[in-house]
Design a protein around this ligand. Structure first.
Ligand SMILES: *[C@@H]1O[C@H](CO)[C@@H](O)[C@H](O)[C@H]1NC(C)=O
Ligand SMILES: *[C@@H]1O[C@H](CO)[C@@H](O)[C@H](O)[C@H]1NC(C)=O
Ligand SMILES: *[C@@H]1O[C@H](CO)[C@@H](O)[C@H](O)[C@H]1NC(C)=O
Ligand SMILES: *[C@@H]1O[C@H](CO)[C@@H](O)[C@H](O)[C@H]1NC(C)=O
Ligand SMILES: *[C@@H]1O[C@H](CO)[C@@H](O)[C@H](O)[C@H]1NC(C)=O
Ligand SMILES: *[C@@H]1O[C@H](CO)[C@@H](O)[C@H](O)[C@H]1NC(C)=O
Ligand SMILES: *[C@@H]1O[C@H](CO)[C@@H](O)[C@H](O)[C@H]1NC(C)=O
Ligand SMILES: *[C@@H]1O[C@H](CO)[C@@H](O)[C@H](O)[C@H]1NC(C)=O
Ligand SMILES: *[C@@H]1O[C@H](CO)[C@@H](O)[C@H](O)[C@H]1NC(C)=O
Ligand SMILES: *[C@@H]1O[C@H](CO)[C@@H](O)[C@H](O)[C@H]1NC(C)=O
Length: 721
């Protein structure tokens, strides 16, 4: 298992490594080269051997070092922190996001990461704006609000030291069918004897203020109004409150808009009912009294438009609505970032609790997003939240269940797939906050070698030198523009192709350099592609081609009368000749003027049979059995000379005793033979001699002993009578 894993890792590494190198070596200029992740350029003059194309200058930095390049261009991506104020929550100096300004130097395809820390400061100032529905049904809510002001303020004071509060209201556009004609004309359009004010689309009553009395005073002054249809112009109000930053007095603090309503809302397109077709322009149109005067000139804003403006202005919105339209507002809230829905009692008595809950809900979630990122930039986030959750490679950073004074950390990864002509910038900002991190991005796509030279002498006066390489003028080509362009050699690549054998990648077979489309071969190499090596032929007896031929591109060309891979064979066969028309006695063939015998024969001329019985036994037998009729044995005894000789050595064939032996010279085979019986007689005689000499010996010895005994006996009887 482990072995397999190691193998896989090594394998992957090989693929990656090879991949990078392969991709590097297709880049022709320094800029192209460094625009590829992992590639570096060698600007050392004379780094390449003559004829090598400039793309060989592009390689991995490691590869270039290995190839002894002394001047490598390998721009290093970098993250520079420009402003990096520490996080702080003291009231005078609240810093919730760190760092504040970064400069990135990016290489195409090489991601860079940096850390972003966020800590929500407790007591961060809040601006809260009440946007109230003044339609008739809200009459009791307004009465309640008049009493609630100080409670709202004290609830805010519970979460912050610096709270401000503002106030505005909406009814509807002063056009039929949104209002009746009477409510437009009358100063008190209300039925019966209720006190009303004429309808308006949106009216800003109170600048953001920390003075509670002002708030209560302003709210108390207000009378309800009346409109005709059910939906109201709340969106006009939200738009104006958001875009009229100065008029409302929004600070760079937590901005909260409380949208109070017990009805639905008009949105883009509804204006057509009253003939209003001009789309909402998203600009501030409040007059000096705070009235949205030109509301009848523009249609209601769309939800998407509102959502965008709210995000841009960092305004969190709390929809405080009655139960009836909860579902609609939940759907609305889903598409508006930094928004929540709270359910209002029919008389708005719970508005304080609602705001307090909604605020906590909003601040317990943090979303980190980028804005205005240039195309081609890929930005992703990894989040490390205080509740222990982590996420990686997200489109935005997000943490929930946030508490005050707890640092959360994001890792932002930025990579680019394109080159920018000038530095670009974008911002990263927590939703609903004005603090931001501004990032400038520079791409490292060019080689700044500072050695550019027109008509450089290095480029033979026909090109511009830069970063170690020449870019040749029209009509010239080559590493140093040394070649004039020709039809089939109009680029360094095509010239190289001319130097490269058909199915090889090895320029000049690795044994030469390519100059203007022609191979200049090293030492003893020859040929169009230096593919020939005249020392690589077969050797024989330590001599190239046996000394009997010429080596041509790896093959021996033999002199006359020689052949063989190393010309080691003479074609002359005089040594094999065994007759006027026979070679090797017809029992072999001639190779290198030497007989190579058939398996059954041996000898210089293959005259010796390994099995003479088979070969000549018949002949000898024939000869012996037909002593008189010699002629009949011609067939069996062809090309042999039979010689009768009593001295013939004995050679016996298995089944029959035949006495002969064979001798051969270069010309003929001589068979010496003799008859069986003469041999037998000889044997008999021999035996007899041995026998007789044996018996004779014994008889003589016995006789001698008897005679000796008798003589001795006579002598004894003569001495002893
Ligand atoms: C690089 O330089 C070293 C030492 O000078 C030498 O041994 C080596 O062969 C060189 N490598 C190449 C690729 O030229
Ligand atoms: C403010 O906080 C105190 C204690 O933390 C609490 O008793 C009080 O009810 C809070 N006031 C409001 C309006 O929420
Ligand atoms: C309103 O007018 C009606 C008669 O139209 C009257 O009965 C009622 O008392 C009036 N209410 C107020 C508060 O004046
Ligand atoms: C509200 O009504 C009262 C009494 O009718 C009137 O005095 C006051 O001016 C009205 N306020 C507004 C803002 O119209
Ligand atoms: C509200 O602010 C605007 C713009 O700053 C200013 O012109 C206006 O006088 C202010 N209104 C009040 C009542 O202070
Ligand atoms: C809020 O910040 C913006 C940009 O950061 C700045 O232009 C503006 O003057 C600030 N407004 C206030 C009231 O500080
Ligand atoms: C964020 O980083 C800081 C400092 O590195 C560390 O003290 C803190 O615990 C981290 N926060 C989280 C939620 O991991
Ligand atoms: C360009 O190259 C040609 C041929 O190598 C040479 O004759 C000519 O002088 C060169 N041009 C310049 C401006 O040196
Ligand atoms: C080219 O391809 C042929 C057939 O595939 C092969 O026999 C020959 O050796 C190859 N030549 C080289 C230089 O690789
Ligand atoms: C070989 O040929 C020569 C001349 O042609 C002749 O004199 C000789 O007898 C021949 N030898 C044999 C064995 O046939």
């Amino acid at each position: 298992m482990l072995r397999r894993q190691i193998f896989t890792v090594v394998f992957m590494f090989c693929i990656l490594f090879q991949g990078t190198e392969g991709q590097c070596s297709s880049k022709l200029t320094c800029s192209e080269c460094v625009q590829h992740a992992g590639c570096a350029w060698c600007k050392q003059r004379g780094f390449l051997s003559p004829g090598q194309p400039d793309r060989r200058r592009c390689d991995t930095a490691e590869g270039l070092r290995r190839r002894n390049c002394s001047a490598i261009i390998d721009p290093t991506p970098d993250v520079q922190s420009i402003v990096d104020t520490e996080l702080g929550s003291s009231l005078e100096n609240v810093v919730q996001l760190r760092p504040q300004k970064l400069h990135l130097k990016l290489r195409v395809g090489v991601p860079q990461t940096f850390k972003v820390a966020f800590k929500r400061a407790e007591g961060y100032p809040i601006d809260l704006y009440f946007l109230m529905d003044f339609s008739l049904s809200m009459i009791d809510d307004l009465e309640n609000m008049k009493k609630l002001g100080h409670k709202v303020m004290s609830a805010l004071r519970n979460v912050t030291n610096a709270a401000r509060i503002g106030f505005g209201a909406y009814v509807d556009k002063r056009e039929i069918p949104f209002i009746t004609s009477s409510s437009d004309s009358l100063s008190n359009p209300c039925p019966e004897n209720k006190t009303c004010q004429p309808a308006f689309s949106f009216k800003h009553f109170l600048n953001l203020t920390d003075n509670m009395e002002d708030f209560e005073k302003e709210v108390s002054k207000q009378n309800i109004s009346v409109n005709e249809d059910l939906p109201e112009s709340g969106f006009d109000g939200v738009m104006q409150v958001s875009v009229c930053e100065e008029e409302i007095g929004w600070g760079n603090v937590t901005r909260i808009l409380v949208y109070l309503s017990d009805g639905l809302f008009h949105s883009a397109g509804d204006g057509r009912l009253a003939g209003i077709v001009r789309p909402n322009d998203g600009k501030c149109h409040l007059n000096k009294d705070g009235l949205y005067e030109t509301s009848e000139s523009y249609d209601y804003p769309s939800i998407a438009h509102l959502s965008e403006v709210l995000a841009k202005k960092n305004i969190k919105i709390i929809f405080a609505i009655t139960d009836d339209y909860q579902d609609t507002y939940q759907e609305l809230s889903a598409v508006i970032p930094q928004s929540v829905v709270g359910i209002l009692e029919s008389d708005s008595s719970n508005v304080v609790q609602l705001i307090s809950d909604a605020y906590n809900d909003l601040v317990s979630k943090l979303i980190l997003e980028h804005h205005k990122a240039p195309a081609g930039l890929d930005i992703s986030y990894s989040s490390e939240c205080s509740d222990g959750t982590q996420s990686y490679g997200q489109k935005r950073g997000e943490c929930r269940n946030l508490d005050f004074d707890q640092q959360i950390n994001f890792t932002v990864t930025v990579s680019t797939s394109v080159c920018f002509s000038h530095a670009r910038s974008f911002t990263i900002r927590p939703q609903g906050l004005t603090e931001e991190l501004s990032v400038t991005v520079e791409t490292l796509c060019d080689c700044d070698c500072r050695d550019t030279e027109r008509r450089s002498s290095y480029c033979h006066g026909n090109g511009t030198y830069a970063c170690g390489a020449c870019s040749c003028d029209e009509g010239y080509v080559g590493q140093t523009c040394e070649c004039e362009k020709q039809q089939n050699a109009d680029s360094i690549l095509s010239m190289e192709a001319l130097c490269t054998p058909f199915n090889s990648t090895n320029t000049c077979s690795g044994h030469g350099s390519c100059l203007c489309g022609r191979c200049i071969c090293h030492s003893h190499y020859r040929g169009q592609y230096c593919q020939c090596d005249d020392t690589s032929c077969n050797h024989h007896k330590n001599l190239i081609c046996g000394g009997n031929g010429r080596c041509n591109c790896g093959t021996c060309e033999c002199y006359p009368n020689y052949e063989g891979p190393a010309c080691e064979c003479s074609t002359i066969t005089d040594e094999c000749q065994t007759g006027n028309d026979s070679i090797c006695s017809n029992h072999g063939y001639c190779e290198c003027n030497q007989c190579i015998c058939h398996p059954d024969f041996k000898g210089k001329h293959c005259t010796m049979s390994l099995y003479p019985c088979l070969q000549y036994g018949a002949c000898v037998r024939c000869r012996l059995s037909n002593v008189l009729e010699k002629e009949n044995c011609e067939e069996a005894c062809s090309s042999t000379e039979l010689i009768h000789s009593p001295d013939a050595r004995i050679f016996s064939c298995d089944d029959e005793m035949v006495f002969f032996n064979v001798e051969s010279n270069s010309e003929t085979v001589q068979i010496f033979y003799r008859e069986k019986h003469s041999i037998f007689q000889r044997a008999m005689f021999g035996t007899l001699v041995i026998f007789c000499s044996g018996v004779g010996g014994v008889v003589i010895l016995g006789t001698t002993m008897i005679l000796t005994y008798l003589v001795l006996l006579n002598i004894y009887y003569q001495i002893v009578p």
